[in-house]
Design a protein around this ligand. Structure first.
Ligand code: TMP
Ligand code: MG
Length: 215
């Protein structure tokens, strides 16, 4: 960072199984940061707007099939293609609140239990990408997510598969993750998420260096 007075923004990541409330919390967090005068943007992966993202979208909607390694690499490439813009934004002081990232990438592909596509292989394609400054994991049993509206249509939205995904998140997790009980009210979760985000933003302002996946 060349400029002396611009402090970098933070990378706040939300992860968790489908329908745990990530998108709602991401949106609310961006709004409350902005209302405090903090520059913040909402991003999500997959980013379905790029050419790679459109291929991913067709796969998720089961309009096209693809080799499991190939689709994993596309999800990963979708993060790499946005890497420079991510860093530019963050280094210019913008806080990015991101809905899913490489943790989803690994947890989902590895849940397929395909030979060779184990956790280590899945992680390797994302190694070196910017790492989140705070990871907020919304914890919820798969049975609870099934009761929520909107679960259904896409390729991975199957109970048994989601249970494998959840096990993989547990294997990936470490002490730095912030676990929130996703069964709490939207407001309570928002309050907890905001506190975590504000702490991370403060640390980044003080000069905390950006980390790399999966260091
Ligand atoms: P979305 O519902 O948040 O748009 O995510 C679409 C699906 O893609 C969801 O089931 C999780 C899955 N996914 C992967 O399999 N690999 C990835 O790298 C990402 C970001 C998501
Ligand atoms: Mg979905």
């Amino acid at each position: 960072l060349s400029s002396g007075n611009i402090r970098r923004g933070a990378f706040i990541l939300f992860e968790g199984v489908d329908r745990c409330g990530k998108s709602t919390q991401c949106k609310l967090l961006v709004q409350s940061l902005q209302s405090r005068g903090i520059e913040a943007e909402l991003w999500r992966y997959p980013d379905r707007t790029t050419a790679i993202g459109q291929m991913i979208d067709k796969y998720l909607q089961s309009k096209e099939d693809m080799n499991d390694a190939a689709i994993h690499l596309l999800f990963s490439a979708n993060r790499w293609e946005k890497r420079d813009l991510m860093l530019d934004k963050i280094n210019s002081g913008v806080t990015l609140v991101i809905d899913r990232y490489g943790h989803s990438g690994t947890a989902f592909t590895a849940a397929k239990n395909v030979p060779n596509l184990d956790l280590a292989w899945c992680k390797s394609t994302d190694a070196g990408l910017p790492a989140p400054d705070a990871l907020i994991y919304l914890q919820m049993p798969v049975e609870e997510t099934l009761k929520r509206a909107g679960f259904g249509g896409e390729r991975y939205e199957k109970t048994e598969f989601q249970k494998e995904v959840l096990k993989n998140y547990e294997k990936l997790s470490n002490d730095s993750w912030n676990y929130l009980d996703a069964s709490k009210s939207i407001e309570d979760l928002q309050e907890e998420a905001l506190k975590i985000a504000l702490d991370a933003i403060e640390e980044c302002k003080k000069g905390k260096a950006m980390g790399k996946l999966w260091d």
